[in-house]
Design a protein around this ligand. Structure first.
Ligand code: KIV
Length: 276
């Protein structure tokens, strides 16, 4: 049993919290994290939602796409994040080919993510094609976030990371898919790299919150990849990215100073060693 008094425990963010935030007109903040230390820092900073994105495939493992990361690897990253979090809602990405085959297989994968990693919810990419799987997972009591627009697991179908749904047909399909996902039971929806006016229209036409990345200010919340917003990945420069720090420079300077101090026999000094 917890020894913390009830009044000292943080009020946890739940899926209902983010739905209520949309109703109250309060914007939702979401960042990715993939490990314990980063999750603990951003949770304590007050972030409302943490996404264990399959962008771990890029920023943690160095793959070119999100396609190679496995369910076991996502379970590992998610379990690390969950251990660092007291307050935020932790959503785990279901990786490519862990939910596309059948609704039964999708439920089995989502169930592993909840039981083995301790995720609070899962995120799936796609619209109509995954609506039955969403329904099945939600019916089992697992909250699901959808993801439409530029869905990186389909990069080999798209062939490019350009803005999606600029043509009328794709925009209409996206609106239809957003409504289908809401009906299937999603509690929220990521909209990635679509025109701002389309994202605003979707946000107005569904009651669940939309979280945008490269989808403009009309979304109910915003998400960025933590490595990008902290400036740890400076080769990645899309228009939608705002950098809040230059951690690459901070780290490089610190490492170079460490090397210099060792070479100059300036580290460790007397206060940094034991004994006489
Ligand atoms: O994997 C990820 O980081 C994501 C966000 C970009 C939304 O899906």
């Amino acid at each position: 049993m917890s020894t913390q008094k009830k009044s000292e425990r943080p009020v946890k963010v739940t899926t209902q919290t983010v739905v209520d935030m949309k109703s109250a007109g309060e914007k939702i903040s979401m960042l990715t994290a993939y490990d314990f230390t980063m999750a603990r820092i951003i949770d304590r900073a007050g972030i409302e939602v943490i996404l264990v994105g399959d962008s771990a495939s890029n920023v943690m493992a160095g793959h070119e796409t999100t396609v190679p990361i496995t369910l076991d690897q996502m379970i590992y990253h998610t379990s690390c994040v969950v251990r660092g979090v007291d307050r935020a809602l932790v959503i785990a990405d279901m990786p490519f080919m862990s939910y596309q085959l059948t609704p039964k297989e999708a439920l089995k994968s989502a169930g592993r993510m909840m039981k083995e990693a301790g995720a609070h919810a899962v995120k799936l990419e796609g619209g109509k094609a995954i609506a039955d799987s969403v329904k099945k997972i939600v019916e089992a009591g697992i909250p699901v976030m959808g993801h439409l627009g530029l869905t990186p697991q389909s990069i080999y179908k798209f062939g490019t990371y350009k803005v999606r749904a600029t043509e009328e047909k794709e925009a209409e399909d996206l609106i239809r898919d957003a409504k289908l996902l809401e009906q299937a039971g999603c509690f929220g929806l990521v909209l990635e790299k679509i025109p701002a006016d389309l994202a605003q229209k979707v946000s107005e036409e569904i009651s669940i919150p939309t979280i945008g990345i490269g989808a403009g200010g009309g979304c109910d919340g915003q998400v960025l990849v933590i490595h990008d917003m902290l400036g740890m990945n400076k080769e990645f420069n899309p228009r939608f990215l705002r950098r809040y720090a230059d951690i690459e420079t901070v780290m490089t300077d610190a490492v170079q100073q460490f090397i210099t101090d060792i070479k100059n026999k300036n580290f460790p000094n007397k206060d940094e060693q034991y004994g006489g």
